[in-house]
Design a protein around this ligand. Structure first.
Ligand SMILES: [Zn+2]
Length: 176
């Protein structure tokens, strides 16, 4: 596929390179915009490309299918300050590995879910709401990991640090 309209995703700062539709998914390959200034020292035009990698980000579902953005991000080295930098991505909440619009949607949905608990049932749902509130950051940053996605249980047990995260989690849940 060659000539894809860039505005199909309404992410005008990115260059859309390719797309693929599967049974349950849409995949879009994007190239991050070229920076204007060095993000370390602010000098213009003194940096050169210094490697690239592809990272995935989740976006809002489209036509009932999951949307994954395959982002080509470059690293640059600046001749003025000798630092390397990876430019910030517009419209992306980096720590959450998702687009800003998806992040907004998820935050709203979570707040709505808590808000929708009928008044008489607040007590019944109290522990779950508390756990979700305590784990809000972890839930929303779930995909921010270099570990290939397996399932939550496997991931929680096998941590690269060697720590058994289940035990840590149990301790945290019971003390908060
Ligand atoms: Zn610089």
């Amino acid at each position: 596929m060659t000539s894809l309209p860039n505005n199909i995703l309404h992410l005008p700062e990115y260059h859309l390179l390719d797309s693929k539709e599967e049974e349950h998914d849409f995949h879009f390959q994007l190239e991050a915009p070229t920076p204007v200034i060095c993000e370390e020292c602010g000098v213009q035009g003194e940096f050169v490309r210094f490697g690239k990698k592809q990272s995935t980000y989740c976006d809002l579902p489209m036509y009932g299918k999951r949307v994954t953005l395959w982002m080509i991000r470059r690293r640059y080295i600046c001749r003025a300050c000798d630092q390397t930098f990876r430019p910030r991505l517009p419209e992306i909440v980096d720590g959450y590995r998702m687009t800003r619009r998806l992040h907004t949607h998820v935050e709203k949905a979570l707040a709505q879910w808590i808000n929708d608990i009928p008044r008489g049932q607040k007590e019944v749902w109290k522990d779950l709401v508390k756990a979700v509130s305590n784990w809000r950051e972890e839930i929303l940053t779930y995909f921010e990991t270099e570990i290939p996605i397996t399932n939550a249980l496997t991931e929680s047990i096998y941590q690269p640090s060697g720590k058994n995260k289940v035990l840590v989690d149990q301790k945290r849940t019971s003390t908060t």
